[in-house]
Design a binder for this molecule. Structure first.
Ligand SMILES: [Zn+2]
Length: 325
């Protein structure tokens, strides 16, 4: 039986919060264990049970209307394409690559919440520009969020990242960002970077502003964020992709562009075990495949957020950048 009485204490839902996080906070506010609250909700949740069955019972026990909870928690948005106000451009939560991370601890405090909050995020949520905190890759809990006061170039890179999204479209950027991050960190692992002094300087700047032990997995993605975003812009550009495969020195120009954009000074492509070389060969294989199945090009670049049903930007219908080669 679903409950019909609200609990004595309620908690405010946070923007894009996960249902699990909201239930945990609601239980803690009422001095209940999470399993006690779940049994009070009266819903037997199995692996295949859709999370939307919790909407009405949660609304009853928290005292918030179901429409408010649906606006706050993207797991309750079931449509991929919708025109409902407030429900477009929200993170899709059912994809294998969907990300949930702790929300910026200072934004949470500013909302009057004293416990941690877990949120669904899209790939570009790496820096809280309001509080200059790293909230991206490697942050497992709010204490891992490093202070970027002494690394202004990381905050600038976050603005650059948002510009890339506006220029190329989210659909084409989010996969390239993940690939650029993997390529850059692999380069760091494989090569002694020419400017180790700069790496050490950035690490010291991060550690001295944060004044607590840094999360091991977050340090390298944080300090190399400017270069990773720069490389993302190059990989996501269909103009550069056409040039790369056009022959007549296209590869040479592409490699030179990596140095020109200050991604990696003096970079030379090594065909053995080079992550960028593998990326290029994978792209060629993808283009060969999509040449025979053009519709699959869109399917291989899935959406990251809910979208409006109409007036989608024309670039979202971008086709294979290489008609023939
Ligand atoms: Zn913040």
């Amino acid at each position: 039986m679903p409950p019909n009485r609200r609990l004595p204490c309620t908690v405010r839902p946070f923007h894009n919060e996960t249902v699990e996080s909201f239930i945990a906070r609601l239980a803690a506010a009422n001095h209940l264990r999470v399993d006690e609250l779940r049994s009070y909700l009266g819903v037997r949740t199995l692996k295949t049970t859709p999370v939307t069955v919790l909407l009405e019972p949660l609304s009853a026990v928290s005292g918030y209307p179901a429409s408010t909870l649906r606006l706050a928690m993207p797991e309750f948005i079931t449509a991929k394409y919708t025109d409902e106000p407030g429900l477009t451009e929200r993170p899709l939560t059912t994809r294998p690559q969907s990300l949930a991370r702790p929300a910026c601890r200072r934004c949470v405090r500013a909302a009057g919440i004293t416990t941690s909050v877990e949120c669904w995020v899209t790939h570009e949520h790496n820096v809280c520009l309001r509080h200059r905190l790293w909230i991206g890759t490697g942050c497992q809990n709010p204490q891992d969020q490093a202070d970027l006061r002494r690394l202004p170039q990381v905050c600038l890179a976050q603005r650059h990242h948002r510009n890339l999204l506006a220029r190329h479209g989210r659909r084409w950027i989010h996969g390239r960002f993940r690939e650029a991050q993997a390529i850059y960190l692999k380069w760091y692992e494989q090569h002694e970077f020419a400017s180790q002094r700069e790496v050490v300087r950035r690490m010291i700047a991060l550690a001295s502003a944060t004044r607590r032990p840094l999360a091991k997995d977050a340090v390298l993605p944080t300090i190399f964020h400017p270069e990773i975003v720069m490389l993302t812009g190059l990989l996501a550009s269909d103009r550069w992709e056409r040039r790369l495969f056009a022959g007549a020195g296209g590869l040479r120009l592409f490699i030179a562009e990596i140095t020109r954009r200050e991604v990696l000074a003096g970079y030379e492509l090594q065909e053995t075990d080079d992550p960028l070389y593998r990326w290029i060969t994978d792209r060629i294989a993808l283009h060969k495949f999509t040449r025979y199945y053009p519709r699959s090009f869109g399917a291989l670049h899935p959406e990251e957020t809910t979208r409006p049903t109409q007036n989608r930007p024309a670039r979202d219908f971008r086709l294979i950048p290489l008609p023939s080669y």
